[in-house]
Design a protein around this ligand. Structure first.
Ligand code: FES
Ligand code: FES
Length: 177
């Protein structure tokens, strides 16, 4: 087989039908950033370890760097660009602003998509659950308490606490555990 052969690919990205012709080794992340020109989704490690590339695939969160685009013909992708409703920010986006849940912002698109997926999954019932289920999303700036606070605020698990208030001491090790 010709390794340079291209394959037709149709995706619905952020509500728009898009068509591509891609070689089989192109990751979903590279397709989104370089072919679809949606650079909101970030490349961090490119090895499935940081979560910066998290997008929603048919509503479920995936690391876009770990999956090949050609595997997903006909599926629906939501990136950070697709979270807002026109000018209306997604509640998570607003909460991240309100809680100051970022510093450099590089991890933020992945954090937002991961949090949207987490909420849709319905598994998280506590702040500890949120920490555990967001543990695949690394923040090198260490904004974890604020990120957690933003997510639990949207989920209504907040209890009225401010960011970091009454939380366990937080370390990167705990996040990755
Ligand atoms: S860039 Fe995909 S997990 Fe790090
Ligand atoms: S805000 Fe900088 S890496 Fe998370």
């Amino acid at each position: 087989m010709d390794q340079y052969q291209e394959h037709p690919l149709r995706l619905r990205i952020n509500g728009q039908d898009r068509e591509f012709s891609v070689q089989s080794w192109v990751t979903l992340l590279d397709l989104l950033r370089e072919r679809a020109e949606l650079t909101g989704t970030k490349k961090g490690c490119d090895h499935g370890q940081c979560g910066a590339c998290t997008v929603l695939l048919d509503g479920k969160r995936v690391n876009a760097c770990l999956t090949l685009a050609v595997m997903h013909d006909g599926r629906e992708v939501t990136t950070v660009e697709g979270l807002a409703d026109g000018e209306q920010l997604h509640p998570l986006q607003q909460a991240f602003i309100d809680c100051d849940a970022f510093q450099c912002g590089y991890c933020t698109p992945g954090q937002l998509c991961s949090a949207a997926g987490l909420i849709a999954e319905g598994e998280a019932k506590s702040i500890d659950d949120v920490r555990e289920l967001m543990s695949g999303n690394v923040c090198r700036c260490g904004a974890y308490p604020q990120i957690t606070q933003a997510v639990v605020q949207v989920m209504g698990l907040d209890g009225g606490k401010r960011a970091g208030e009454g939380e366990k001491p937080f370390t990167t090790g705990a996040v990755l555990a």
